[in-house]
Ligand binder design. Sequence first.
Ligand code: SAM
Length: 269
Amino acid sequence: MPYSFPKKSLGQHFLVDQTVVDRLLHCLQPRTGDHLVEIGPGRCALTKPLLQHLRELSAIQFDVIEFDRDLIEPLIVLQKTNPFFKVHEADALDFDFSVLKKDTHLLRIVGNLPYNISTPLLFHLLQWADSIQDMLFMLQKEVVDRLVAPPDSEHYGRLSVMMQYHSAATRLFDVPPAAFNPPPKVMSSVVYIKPHVVLPVVANDYRHFFELVKLAFNQRRKTLRNSLKTMVNDDDWAKLAISPQCRAENLSVADFVKMSNHYVHLCDR
Ligand code: SAM
């Protein structure tokens, strides 16, 4: 059955460069006992070589989540001949990843993600960080710049703080548009994300920490005294030992956690 035209609305840029596929598989290094999950298998550029590799390993589970109904049929054919392979026709953005975890094995998530939803998808995945061993993603280069950015740098923002709270991200290699069909207008990068086994700093009220970071970066050009004036007064700034003249981009993850914990402590009094 011929494939339908790539859908722009679903960020469909299919990998066609075999050397990039090989490099991705080499970085993933599946091992016996792994539980793999692929988001957006599409036309199976990664899925088929992965399946071939996994057949040689035992006790493995491989789930794929694909939203495009037009791409499901060939995946179902693969499911029929591979008992460890399961297809989920679903939207990864509201998928409950905890339903996949059947035993003590953590999930290893891989994907050439649809770029139009990659940031909300990363935020969605953070909810299941405890169930995830690691993630290997192809993303728009600019998103990877944000994932790995340190404080005081151009790309440091809300995504950097929230992802770095939960995990450590490493850029592995860049991929040019010609590796895809149709080629995207932007450069891509492959990133490896490893959730922290033990969080280096812990927010006492995660919801509050989340909202604080959001508010601080909503007006990132303003000083924190202005952007957080509804939340932090002059006395608090003095106790926090953080200059209110700073901007959100100057604060480390630990600074944001310190601020949030201080505020939550005040609310408790
Ligand atoms: N893995 C394939 C490859 O590398 O050639 C396809 C990658 S393509 C960039 C993104 C894939 O994600 C497409 O197959 C698309 O249909 C799928 N997709 C888009 N939005 C999705 C969503 N919300 N949930 C699950 N899959 C989605």
